[in-house]
Every structure is written in C-alpha cells, then in structure tokens.
Design a protein around this ligand. Structure first.
Ligand code: DGT
Ligand code: CA
Length: 569
C-alpha cells in the first residue's frame, strides 16, 4: 500500500506551496487529496492500475497523473524540485502549532534561522521579537508548540501504528519459517498512542526470520540484528522490535510483552503469592516449567478469567478476573450507527446519499449527518438557509433508503460566551444536536467549564463532542473541570462523545471510566469527513473497551427506536 506515501507527499507539497505564498485553492486541493487518499480503504496502487484514480473525491486528471508517477517510480519530480527550495527543518516549522507560513517565511528570510533548535534558542532569547508582529506571547506559544511537536513525534496515534504493523505482519506472514505470529505491547492493548511496535513469533529458523526482517523493503534503518531479537526503524520512522521465542514460551512471552508494565508487576506478585514464578519463558514451580504455551494456560493456572489486553493496565482488572467479574466489553458489532459525520454541506467530501449508502453497507440502522454551524467559517459552517436546504435533501434521501435512517444533525459551536451558534427555534428542527468547542481554547478553566455546562443545560443539546479538545501533536486539552461537566451531562441526560478521529480519541480511556462512574452515557462518533472514515469507529470501540464500557453504556449501541426515544427526552 502506497496510500500513506502519496498522502505524505501531497501534504508536504501543500506546505511548501504555503511557504511560497501560492494560491490557497491550489494548496487546499493538495490537502484534500492527501486526506482522501489517506483515508481510502482501497490500495491506491490497485486503483491506479484499474485507471480509476479520478473516481476518488478531490482527484482530478492532474493529481491522478502525479499519483501514477509516485506509484510507478516511487518519486515525484515536482516534489523533489520543490523540496530543494527550502531547508528541511524550515518546512517542518510549519507543523509547529501557532506558527503560520507567513511567520515561518519571515523567520527564515530575515533571521536566517534554518533549524528547529535555532528557532527554539531565538524564541528563548527574545530575538524573534525583532520581527514585525511577534511579541513575547508569540514566542511563548512557539516554544510550547515545539514541545508539542516533539512529544507528538515520540509517540504516534494508534491508527498510524496499526497501519505500520499491518504492513510488517503481511510481509512476515509470507515467511514459511514462521509458525506463529502476534503483536504485543501497547498496540495489542490498543492504547491511543504508541511508541514502538512489539512483534513476537515462534520459529525454528530464527536466523532466517531475522534476516528477512532486517532486509525487508519496509525497513529504513537497522538498530540491532540479533539471534532472537532485532530492532529496526521503518520507512515511516517507527521502531519495530521482533522477537523469536520457543513455542512452549509463546503464551508467557506474549503475556509479558503485552504488558502493561504495571500489569506485569502486579501479575507477578500475585503469582509469587501462589507459589509460582512467571516470566517471559513460562510459569514455573520451583525451577520446574508448568506451562507457557498460551496466555489462557497461565491465566487458568492463576485461577482467574482471561483478561482482554485492552484492560491490562492494573486498574482493578486482576482483582475482577479473580472474582470472575470482568466486564463484558462492547464490541464493534454492537454499534448500530454513527452519530457524528460531516457531509459536503460543511467541510466533508461526501454527499448525503453517499453517506447513507456507506452506512447501510456497514449494517447500521442510522447515521447522523452533523455539519458545522454558521460561525465556523473555516469549516464551511452553515447558514440558516443552507440548513433548510439540507433538511429537505435528507428527507428525500430518507425516502429512498429503506434500511437506514439519516438523522438530521448539527455539530454546533459553543461560542466563547457559552451561547450556541443557532437560535433555539432553528435547533428545534434537528433530530440531533452535537455541541462542541472550536474556539477560545485558551480561556480559563472556569470559563471553559461554564461553556460546556451551559451547553448541557440547553434542552436541545444531546451530545458534547470531543469534550477536552485535545489534538495529538497539535493541541493540548483545554483546561476544564470535567467533574462539573459530568454532573451537568448526567443531570440533563446529555451524552459525552468518544470522538474516533485518530488524532483526537477524546474522551480518552481514563476519562471514559470517570464519566461512567459519574453515571454519564457515552456515544461513539467518527467525525468522518469522507465515507471511508466511517471505519474509524473501530478506534472509538478500542477506547471504549479500554474504558471498561459495556454496550449498555453507549447510546449508539441501541437500536433506532430506542435512540429516537432518547433524543426526544
Ligand atoms: P509503548 O511505550 O507504547 O511502546 O508501550 P509498551 O507497553 O508497548 O512498552 P514497551 O514497548 O516498552 O514494552 C513492551 C512490554 O514489555 C510492556 O508493555 C511490558 C513489558 N516490559 C517492558 N519493560 C518492562 C519492565 O521493566 N518490567 C516489566 N515487568 N515489564 C516490562
Ligand atoms: Ca511498544
């Protein structure tokens, strides 16, 4: 799959064009194309071979030609020429939140700053303030932005790591010498961000397996090449570790390398209390091997239920497993609809009809089309007139589709003063109102909390979307008293969203547990901007499972009639 490669190149072209101060529409076209190719479920090479590239939203003849060039030669001449116009670090500066292309250009041209390190030094010493429009506050923001980007590059979003691991697994599975293979670590526990990928295999030919691994075309750099353990850096800059273990230790090694570390520590203490020693090689009594081939064998030796990897964080799951009281975690197939989707009416790419068709294909009973409200101009926020036009269209499409109900929704802005972006009369027209903060992130904790609480108090609001506002690598959560929001949500029967966007996953697992403990219901919303992104639901389910949720805790695991009843409350 070269989808990621293509979207990375397009995204970088967009950035360089921004630096050059080119036509914003041209820039936007590359960004859209990057987004659409990245979320495409089909392999771009296959689409190119079938000569169907222009059927992808946002890809015209010109971009199709460029994709063909990338797919067939692995390069794009235009991109390579553009890259030469600026030092690599200057292009990277565009990733720093709060630093726009105009400022980057100024910093580069006037102060001749060419590396992030020099930028950091200049911001610390106050030298940036010699430039027009840069104040002390701007420098502080730049420094904070650099930290965010650094943090963001140490760990990557789960979905990114899942893609990388899928490529390695597919490659390794072709290797006849491998008898068993499994991913461990934070990826198996489905943590929202991942540092590195841990893969375990059983093989009698460890040397052959290791040779194939380190020489794979997916590898950029070999960090270590050993007999039973090797580490590499992938082409996408992720560290991947491969370990070869004996069959009789596969379960115990998987248990150990799945972690988490806190879980392992607690688990081992428990084993010792029961008179066993458990390590990556197996479970032992005195020095005698008892078992270790499967995880199940070890859990049953410890007289406890099998603990799903998502729960292994030492948050009470070991005690629950001993009492056979583990929760029956929600599954993807329990989800009966998506409650947060954007269409062409605001900043999405798909039509209402395409959304309905795709949701039906997924076996859903309903899908809510929740476009942005008027104030969010950058994201095609909709005027009152457009809202009525959209309502008409949804009614028509609903007549056409028998198996799926499209809910008329809005993702409405909670404005800086806590009021909502449409009058009550217009809100009454929607089946479902999702309220969210998209501005004023830097307000005080009291102000932000008050905004969210007053949204909960509005009788038309059903869901608060991405309740903490975090965007991985770009924006920290805003300062908010979640306990207050939980109370207001519970008292008004407002649900809180687990936003499934890979950079958001907001609420996260820990906050989901707290919300549940406070009697709050949750929803899963993909925030899809193109139909392929409806499949992001999986990531939201991962968060829900890590947050100990049952299907009963999630509004959109209910059938349509029950959801409609909930919406009417
Ligand atoms: P990350 O940071 O996203 O890679 O998270 P993990 O959990 O994948 O951490 P990693 O890759 O450092 O190690 C994989 C697993 O190996 C970890 O979840 C538990 C186990 N492990 C690693 N170091 C230790 C340790 O010092 N003690 C124990 N008990 N287990 C460890
Ligand atoms: Ca790891």
């Amino acid at each position: 799959m070269k989808n990621k490669e293509v979207s990375r190149i397009f995204r970088e072209i967009a950035q360089i064009l921004e630096l050059k101060g080119e036509n914003p529409f041209r820039i936007r076209a590359y960004e859209k194309a990057a987004q659409n190719v990245e979320s495409l479920e089909k392999d771009i090479e296959v689409v190119a071979k079938e000569d169907k590239l222009t059927s992808i939203a946002g890809i015209g003849v010109d971009l199709a030609g460029k994709i063909k060039e990338i797919v067939s030669t692995g390069k794009l001449k235009q991109y390579q020429a553009l890259k030469k116009e600026f030092p690599a670090d200057v292009i990277k500066m565009l990733d720093i939140p709060g630093l726009g292309p105009k400022t980057v250009k100024l910093i580069y041209e006037k102060l001749k700053i060419t590396t992030i390190k020099k930028l950091q030094d200049a911001a610390k010493s106050g030298r940036l303030q010699t430039l027009e429009g840069i104040r002390e506050k701007t420098e502080e923001n730049i420094l904070r932005g650099i930290e965010l980007v650094k943090k963001g590059s140490e760990r990557v979003p789960l979905s990114f790591a899942l893609d990388v691991s899928a490529e390695f697994l597919a490659e390794l599975r072709k290797c006849k010498e491998i008898d068993k293979i499994e991913v461990g670590g934070s990826l198996r526990r489905r943590k929202d961000t991942i540092r590195d990928i841990d893969i375990l295999v059983v093989s009698k030919r460890a040397d052959t397996v290791m040779n194939k691994f380190v020489n794979s075309k997916l590898v950029k750099e070999v960090l270590a090449h050993g007999k039973t353990k090797s580490s590499v850096i992938s082409k996408d800059n992720m560290q991947v570790d491969l370990r070869v273990v004996e069959n009789k230790s596969f379960g115990s090694a998987l248990l150990y390398f799945t972690g988490s570390k806190d879980f392992n520590v607690k688990f081992r203490q428990l084993a010792i209390k029961k008179g066993y020693k458990v390590n990556e090689y197996g479970a032992f009594k005195k020095e005698k091997y008892i078992c270790g081939k499967t995880e199940e064998d070890i859990f049953s030796l410890m007289k406890m239920a099998y603990i799903p990897p998502e729960l292994r964080e030492n948050r009470g799951e070991i005690e629950a497993a001993q009492k056979n009281k583990l929760p029956r975690l929600v599954k993807l197939k329990d989800i009966k609809g998506d409650l947060h989707v954007h269409s062409k009416y605001s900043d999405g790419t798909s039509s209402i009809e395409e959304i309905a068709a795709q949701a039906q294909l997924k076996g859903y009973e309903y899908v809510a089309v929740t476009d942005h409200s008027q104030s969010l101009k950058v994201a095609g926020g909709m005027s009152k007139e457009r809202v009525y036009k959209k309502i008409d269209e949804i009614k028509k499409v609903n007549k056409k589709f028998k198996k799926i109900k499209i809910l008329i929704g809005t993702e409405i802005d909670i404005l800086s003063d806590g009021s909502l972006d449409y009058p009550q009369k217009l809100l009454a027209e929607f089946d479902l109102v999702v309220a969210a903060i998209h501005s004023g992130f830097k307000q005080s904790k009291a102000q932000i909390t008050k905004r969210l609480v007053s949204a909960c108090n509005n009788k038309y609001v059903n869901i608060i979307a991405h309740p903490t506002g975090v965007l991985w690598g770009t924006r920290d959560p805003y300062d908010v008293d979640l306990e207050e929001v939980f109370k207001a949500a519970r008292d008004n029967e407002v649900a809180l969203e687990i936003n499934c966007h890979p950079q958001r996953l907001d609420l996260n697992d820990v906050n989901v547990m707290k919300a549940k403990a406070n009697g709050v219901k949750l929803t899963l919303g993909t925030d899809a901007h193109i139909i392929d992104q409806l499949s992001l639901m999986e990531l939201g389910v991962d968060v829900a499972r890590r947050g100990w949720l049952l299907k009963e805790d999630i509004i959109n695991s209910m059938p349509l009639d029950k959801v409609l009843k909930w919406l009417k409350k």
